[in-house]
Ligand binder design. Structure first.
Ligand SMILES: [Zn+2]
Length: 450
């Protein structure tokens, strides 16, 4: 399909422009007063500001069906893990996973996302391959650009919730074999892949011993895959690293060959000044997830210091069991606000936050032709409708969507040049999305109680 997006009030791009031409999923022209050409479909953007789609660098789609579990509402991370994900995830079937993934993608697309890195950790010794296939399939059906960060563990782990749930980890051989299968089946080695695989043991400190982590990093680097994990979300990670390995979590990551420009970690709330120096020297990135960190009382990641030190910074939503809005727009709005509370009003600028949420995220994921509205980039584009009541009275046109936050008012969203959202409708019929979600929800409860 060929499109001409015309007459925008503003476009987040490096030059002053009102129009964008798109052909075969790629932006071919950005300018003003472009003329419609034969075979092009016109998209009227006269009431809109146009953004590159947000790139969410940390999510857990399975949790889209685990929102607001009562036992976990007022718990911090350690207890919440036992009450919420550990108790429920072994009961998630491929059908439930598919429903959860579609729900998660809906929330993301509705809030301006076009690329999602999902940290999918539902693996154990007997996991059927269909559980992973369900996530890829949901992305295909919803039109989402998916980076599947393949989680899991090769050690039993010390957390009481894991043993209680009867979760048997994979052996490292099994994990590597399955990673290799997923790589051959799904990973695309192209400029603008719709499917990318990432090596991502669930938690660097807790999921695997150093020798397994080294094997995983070597597998990733031999296949040119990125690497991802949770790190230093809470002080407990730091203490455990000192107790188990006699060194800081970041020094442990260095020992396991888990630092570098091909690695990014979720959270890093407890990173010390020394950690930040090591992470920035090695160009290791962060996925900053402020809503989840607030919700679980974990703290605020020091991203202003990280930015000053030159670390690559991106933004993630995290799973909807600890970030119920599932909204990337909320994360950007909160990122803009929360650091001002502790660092002053000049510490986070809107243009910077937007950069973290788009091109920086894409660059951390290794997607060099995604995250910007520029000729030669993928047509991952979102039109916010300023003609809605929501945005009336805003003097700042270009930044109105981030400033005003939720609810987002999106006229149209496209991924890889395909329209995936228009007039509040996505590619999967909403009625069937809700029906499937409700039946999966009932099925999950029966399995957990049974
Ligand atoms: Zn997470």
């Amino acid at each position: 399909m060929k499109y001409l997006i015309k007459g925008a009030k503003g476009i987040v791009t490096e030059q002053a422009a009102t129009d964008i031409r798109i052909e075969a999923g790629i932006i071919t022209e950005v300018g003003s007063e472009l003329l419609i050409e034969k075979g092009e479909q016109l998209i009227d953007a006269s009431q809109c500001v146009v953004y590159p789609g947000f790139v969410n660098t940390h999510h857990h789609l399975a949790q889209s069906i685990l929102k607001g579990i009562p036992a976990g509402l007022n718990q911090s991370l350690g207890d919440w893990l036992a009450s919420v994900p550990y108790q429920y995830w072994p009961k998630i079937t491929p059908e439930i996973m598919y429903s959860a993934a579609c729900l998660g993608f809906y929330d993301l697309i509705r809030s301006g996302v076009t690329t999602c890195a999902d940290h999918h950790y539902l693996y154990h010794s007997k996991t059927p391959p269909e559980l992973e296939a369900a996530v890829w399939q949901a992305a295909e059906d919803m039109g989402m650009r998916l980076v599947l960060c393949r989680g899991g563990a090769t050690t039993k782990g010390t957390h009481k919730g894991l043993a209680k749930a009867g979760i048997e980890p994979e052996s490292i051989d099994l994990m590597l074999r399955r990673l290799d299968d997923s790589y051959s089946q799904y990973h695309q080695n192209t400029d603008m892949p719709m499917r990318q695989l990432v090596v991502a043991p669930t938690s660097l400190i807790h999921s695997s011993p150093a020798e397994d982590l080294k094997l995983l990093s070597r597998f990733a680097r031999e296949n040119k895959l990125k690497m991802h994990s949770h790190l230093l979300e809470v002080e407990f990670d730091h203490q455990q690293s000192l107790a188990k390995y006699g060194k800081s979590a970041v020094d442990f990551a260095a020992e396991c060959e888990w630092l570098g420009s091909d690695v990014w970690f979720a959270h890093l709330v407890q990173a010390s000044e020394q950690d930040i120096n090591t992470l920035s020297e090695t160009k290791t990135g962060i996925s900053h997830c402020p809503t989840s960190n607030c919700r679980l009382g974990s703290g605020i990641a020091p991203i202003i210091e990280m930015q000053k030190a030159g670390m690559p910074i991106s933004i993630g939503v995290d799973g909807s069991a600890s970030s119920e809005s599932g909204s990337m727009l909320q994360e950007l709005n909160l990122t803009w606000l929360i650091h001002r509370a502790t660092n002053g009003a000049e510490s986070t600028r809107l243009d910077k936050v937007l950069e973290w949420g788009t091109q920086n995220g894409a660059s951390i994921l290794g997607l060099d032709k995604i995250g910007k509205i520029e000729v030669g980039f993928a047509a991952d584009i979102v039109l916010y409708d300023l003609n809605q009541v929501r945005y009336q009275g805003s003097h700042s046109i270009l930044y109105a969507p981030i400033l005003c936050g939720e609810p987002a008012e999106i006229k149209l969203s496209m991924i890889n040049g395909n329209v995936v959202y228009k007039n509040e409708a996505c590619l999967v019929d909403k009625e069937s999305l809700i029906a499937k979600a409700q039946s999966s929800f009932r099925d999950l409860l029966t399995r957990v109680r049974g």
